[in-house]
Ligand binder design. Structure first.
Ligand SMILES: [Zn+2]
Length: 130
């Protein structure tokens, strides 16, 4: 993809800002989850002492963190592609990803066709349904 220097700089700034935001969110979730977990455990211990419930809370909090961490990994990969001059190239077929798609989703690593194929082949473990 022939991104000019200004476009590349704009994508880099967007990716960097989003990465910073995600790191803040992950940190905030971690800090918050500590307090909530302690409160929940305290409440449950008083009522029934069910250990599996506190384990469930920990899992739920980790799920939030995993989702953010997953996006952060995609952003880091996109920034690496930007540095290598391969940003906007489908990682599967090498075709150009339309600028429109990149504007909407700067972390897009595949063209629409390959992305659909990828999603059919690998069911994403991060599919929030609740
Ligand atoms: Zn492709």
């Amino acid at each position: 993809m022939a991104l000019d220097q200004q476009q590349a700089a704009e994508f880099e700034a967007r990716l960097r800002d989003r990465a910073r935001q995600l790191r803040d969110e992950i940190r905030a979730t971690l800090e918050r989850s500590n307090d909530e977990t302690h409160l929940e455990i305290a409440g449950r211990m008083r009522d029934a002492g069910d250990e599996s419930f506190s384990a469930l809370i920990v899992d739920l909090n980790l799920f939030d963190i995993n989702r953010d961490a997953d996006e952060l990994r995609r952003i880091e990969a996109a920034m690496l592609r930007l540095k290598q001059g391969r940003f906007g190239e489908c990682i599967d077929c090498g075709q150009e990803i339309p600028l429109e798609r990149l504007e909407a989703e700067p972390t897009a690593a595949r063209c629409v066709k390959c992305q659909e194929l990828h999603e059919k082949t690998y069911v994403s473990p991060v599919t929030p349904t609740l």
